[in-house]
Design a protein around this ligand. Structure first.
Ligand code: BEZ
Length: 257
């Protein structure tokens, strides 16, 4: 595991736990029952996995970040955690449900991921999730693009790391994958960055690594500082930072033939 990964996992845990804390409502939508076999896809450091377990479900966590999985295993040794990408996940077990919070937007082959999920579910099994949707973190992204443009780096040079679908697009993908979509909604959720001492700057340091990785930057710090200044014009109010999150939340069920 790289040191950067380790730092990210710890920073994620310390300053970005709101991502997991905001998912309690999503667990209500999942409504896990005792004895159900469930996967928490993109489980991060395992907080939500453990919440699902508290309902009596036989839950397992899956994430492709070794540092996150290591923390999850240390914290919840009684839960099985798998270090693997969703696109590679194959199983003979038939699960009752797959849950995913704030992870699917990192998976840029959504059709393949939906296919893997469908294969892991039993007929009638549920897929309940929430991810960044169309328009997510627009101001944060535009500010970063502008800061890069000012030092001569164009959008074409950036390997955009995220997938933020709209309702129609994701509904079609789910239906193509064999699901009936019972609920899907795109909504704006300005998210306070209260645990980030440096507001958007910490957000960029945590999440924009991949965004900046494809460029040769003389000063990553200077780009982040400039993007933070630009983003602050609309995202920082009376010293309080809000990330401009837009969520796509859904509940789907494998069609029974
Ligand atoms: C999100 O949860 O929407 C998100 C988190 C990190 C990077 C991009 C989006």
């Amino acid at each position: 595991m790289s040191e950067l990964n380790q730092w990210n996992a710890q920073l994620y845990d310390k300053s970005f736990s709101y991502i997991q804390n905001m998912a309690f409502e999503l667990i209500d939508r999942l409504s896990p029952e005792a004895g159900e076999r469930i996967i928490d896809l993109g489980c991060g450091t395992g907080l939500m996995t453990n919440e699902i377990r508290k309902k009596g479900a036989l839950v397992e966590g899956l994430d492709n970040d070794p540092a996150m999985i290591q923390l999850a295993r240390e914290r919840y040794p009684y839960i099985k955690f798998m270090c693997l990408s969703a696109a590679e996940f194959q199983t003979d077990v038939e699960y009752d449900a797959i849950f995913s919070n704030a992870a699917l937007h990192w998976m840029k082959q959504p059709d393949l991921v939906i296919n893997r999920i469908a294969n892991a579910l039993k007929p009638g099994g549920r897929f309940v999730g929430e991810m960044g949707g169309a328009g997510n973190v627009d101001t944060l992204i535009k500010s970063l693009f502008q800061a890069l443009a000012e030092i001569g780096i164009s959008r074409d040079e950036i390997d955009f790391p995220w997938y933020f679908p709209n309702v129609d697009e994701y509904t079609k993908l789910l239906e193509k994958g064999g699901f009936r979509v019972d609920f899907i909604q795109l909504f704006s959720r300005p998210t306070p960055l209260d645990d980030c001492a440096n507001g958007a700057s910490d957000w960029y340091k945590m999440f924009a690594d991949q965004f900046l990785a494809s460029t040769e930057l003389k000063s990553r710090e200077a780009v982040i500082n400039r993007a933070t200044y630009l983003a602050g014009k609309s995202l920082c109010k009376d010293g309080r930072w809000f990330a401009d999150y837009t969520r796509l939340r859904f509940e789907a069920r494998m069609i029974v033939f």
